[in-house]
Design a protein around this ligand. Structure first.
Ligand SMILES: *[C@@H]1O[C@H](CO)[C@@H](O)[C@H](O)[C@H]1NC(C)=O
Ligand SMILES: *[C@@H]1O[C@H](CO)[C@@H](O)[C@H](O)[C@H]1NC(C)=O
Ligand SMILES: *[C@@H]1O[C@H](CO)[C@@H](O)[C@H](O)[C@H]1NC(C)=O
Ligand SMILES: *[C@@H]1O[C@H](CO)[C@@H](O)[C@H](O)[C@H]1NC(C)=O
Length: 409
């Protein structure tokens, strides 16, 4: 495992590391005060600024994925002046604040009439090197929202850097005011046949399932996808705000005896739930599965809101505790009780609002987190002189040492 850690560590460890409560190291790969893009020339960058096409303060990184030598970052078009919505940076840049390279190229971000990308939220890479990308189709959600295109799932081949498929989500599964915000890919066999994508609608409380074999979509509703009233009232570093986000975080447990669990939760909530993927992969169960969605265990408490979560190869779930500037862990073999949850990283300066969290496909596996101070961005309170956005990584096997999430065999 030391190979990857060392080559990252050698050049980055000097400028940032966060100590977890039990001593293991959480690395900061990159950090930015403001995001900048790789323009073909400085003149073109200046032209974009003069034309209002690039307003640096309006760019916020949201989704993260890693494949081989690159990290992919989405920058949704929530405010005007976001010139590109999906980018890559090398895993080994010499800069601590590298420019984002629009991915796969600028053309995809300048296209009109829904022939390119509109506003990408998040990505999920399968183990065959296809990046599944969720495009909300909507721009300027924090200003004057305009739905330019349908929410769309794209598939991008990361070996050839080509968009290989595009699946607009059929309008019957997109409700008025839907916020289709997160996705997770479930691919099981070595060649990624039998692939499904699970998609969360955080504002209309739905779980949309996509089946790759015939490009079919269907949609589940369930009361466990709703937000909890009191957990919708947030206070973060003195900022009070109300978000009523339902179904959001999703992660997949281990494949066992032909099935695997999907773990899920509302963002504005304190509870974790689970459903067998065999249930949600069966469209005939859409109106006939209410008792299959079950509560896992205890509440995480009044500041227990979680954005993204992911399960590593050892079966340990990691989750972003957005009101605690922290990342938690839970060994999925243990009951979901507070005694079985631990904090693996916490920092009230460098980890404000951990937003996305993904496990990569490397050996050894690394976890990737983006922290982005989202509520401060929403209320125009980002300080451009401070480091606001970070790409954080850690070795999931290492950070659980000496916590209850460590398997004792
Ligand atoms: C976009 O679509 C509209 C309506 O179909 C059409 O009038 C316009 O020419 C198209 N623009 C481009 C650049 O293709
Ligand atoms: C929401 O949070 C604020 C700040 O902590 C508090 O003053 C207010 O009473 C809360 N509202 C409810 C309905 O709990
Ligand atoms: C951050 O944590 C440190 C140490 O626990 C504490 O002294 C400091 O007051 C905290 N700062 C904020 C802004 O919460
Ligand atoms: C750190 O390790 C100790 C045991 O060495 C354990 O009691 C404690 O709960 C751990 N802390 C966290 C945050 O997991």
């Amino acid at each position: 495992m030391k190979v990857i850690i060392c080559f990252i560590a050698a050049w980055m460890i000097s400028y940032a590391s966060t100590q977890s409560p039990n001593g293991s190291t959480i690395g900061t790969l990159y950090r930015w005060k403001q995001i900048d893009y790789q323009y073909p020339s400085p003149a073109q960058r200046q032209e974009a600024i003069d034309a209002g096409e690039f307003i640096q303060a309006n760019v916020i990184p949201l989704g993260i994925e890693r494949w081989k030598g690159r990290v992919f970052i989405s920058t949704p078009r929530w405010k005007s002046g976001v010139p590109a919505t999906l980018s890559s940076v090398p895993v080994s840049s010499q800069s601590e604040s590298p420019e984002l390279a629009p991915y796969p190229n600028w053309d995809w971000h300048n296209a009109v009439n829904c022939t390119g990308f509109t506003s990408i939220f998040r990505m999920s890479v399968d183990h065959c090197g296809i990046m599944w990308v969720l495009d909300s189709g909507q721009v300027e959600a924090f200003e004057t929202p305009r739905q330019l295109c349908p929410p769309t799932l794209f598939a991008i081949d990361l070996e050839t850097d080509t968009v290989v498929a595009k699946y607009p989500i059929p309008s019957e599964f997109v409700l008025q005011n839907s916020l289709i915000t997160n996705l997770i890919v479930d691919s099981r066999d070595a060649r990624c046949r039998d692939l499904h994508v699970y998609i969360a609608d955080a504002w209309r409380f739905g779980l949309i399932v996509f089946r790759d074999s015939d490009a079919a979509f269907w949609r589940f509703s369930h009361y466990s996808f709703y937000p909890e009233p009191l957990l919708s009232n947030y206070t973060l570093h003195g900022l009070n705000y109300q978000w009523s986000d339902g179904l959001f975080g999703m992660s997949l447990g281990k494949y066992h005896l032909g099935d695997r669990p999907l773990y899920y939760h509302s963002m504005s909530g304190s509870l974790e739930f689970t459903v067998a993927t065999s249930v949600i992969r069966d469209p005939s169960r859409v109106d006939n599965a209410v008792s299959e969605f079950t509560l896992l265990g205890e509440s995480r408490g009044g500041d227990g809101q979680v954005s993204a979560a992911a399960v590593d190869r050892n079966g340990v779930m990691f989750f972003n505790l957005i009101s605690r500037d922290a990342i938690g862990c839970w060994d999925t073999r243990n009951p979901y009780t507070n005694d079985n949850l631990a904090i693996v990283a916490q920092n009230n300066r460098t980890m404000i609002f951990p937003n996305d969290l993904r496990m990569d496909h490397e050996v050894p596996q690394l976890a990737w987190v983006i922290t982005n101070r989202l509520p401060f961005y929403q209320f125009n309170l980002i300080d451009p002189l401070d480091y606001n956005y970070r790409v954080i990584y850690f070795d999931p096997a290492e950070v659980v040492e000496k916590t209850v999430c460590k398997q004792y065999i």
